[in-house]
Design a protein. Structure first.
Length: 230
């Protein structure tokens, strides 16, 4: 005779062990967080604030990876040709190669920080990271008028601080290459003066495009991450 009670008990114990094991695995998986926003919204500032709060948090700033890669590629004739080409397909090749190089570096940093038992916070939008498994996605919700002011003041400050270098670049560099260097070396992420209607429209479109991101203010994101993971 089969002891159904014993069989059910054993089954329950086995199920309980599986559930417990699953919870342990999930709990043991360190989160990877992505902070996304329009240029000038405060992504870098938020990442630094989180890093200052806890030694458990490591920040990967995408621009810090992307800019050196792009500048190196622009100094290579075959990549420069793609970057300055009038063909969209060539420009796309340049960005795809750049992003692939960037993702390799990001994955290395993620592995390094996870070995150190750190929470990884990725900030920025300059590299396509769709193939990286993200635990939490946040988009900084900001009033377009505030964004207009922050973006233009930042750009103006960058121009003033680097005015001699920028002037020399414009006077001496290959015009086809100038805009790329302004972007990747001097970090001028937007034209000056950025038009308010453009800033507002880009923000609205970016929010619609990234519906899978939690739309929250700077402070709300900060508090949410701290309460969840620290």
């Amino acid at each position: 005779m089969i002891n159904h009670t014993k069989k059910q008990s054993t089954k329950k114990q086995s199920t309980k062990k599986q559930l417990t094991k699953k919870k342990v695995n999930n709990a043991g998986k360190l989160p990877i967080i992505h902070l996304l926003a329009e240029p000038g919204s405060g992504k870098t500032s938020l990442g630094l604030k989180l890093k200052d709060y806890s030694t458990k948090i490591a920040v990967i700033e995408l621009d810090d990876i992307d800019d050196p890669i792009a500048l190196k590629m622009l100094n290579t004739p075959k990549y420069l040709k793609l970057a300055v080409s009038k063909k969209d397909s060539d420009n796309k090749k340049f960005f795809n190669i750049k992003d692939n190089k960037g993702v390799i570096q990001i994955n290395k940093l993620i592995k390094k920080y996870q070995k150190e038992n750190k929470i990884v916070v990725i900030t920025g939008l300059s590299i396509d990271i769709k193939n990286i498994e993200i635990t939490d996605k946040y988009f900084i919700n900001i009033d377009p008028k505030k964004l207009f002011k922050q973006l233009n003041l930042r750009t103006l400050n960058d121009i003033v601080k680097q005015n001699k270098e920028i002037q020399s670049l414009i006077e001496n560099e290959n015009p086809e290459k100038t805009n790329h260097i302004l972007l990747y070396k001097y970090k001028l992420r937007a034209p000056y003066l950025a038009d308010y209607n453009d800033v507002s429209r880009f923000l609205e479109n970016s929010i619609k495009k990234n519906k899978d991101y939690k739309l929250m203010s700077f402070d709300e994101i900060y508090n949410d991450i701290i309460s969840k993971y620290c």
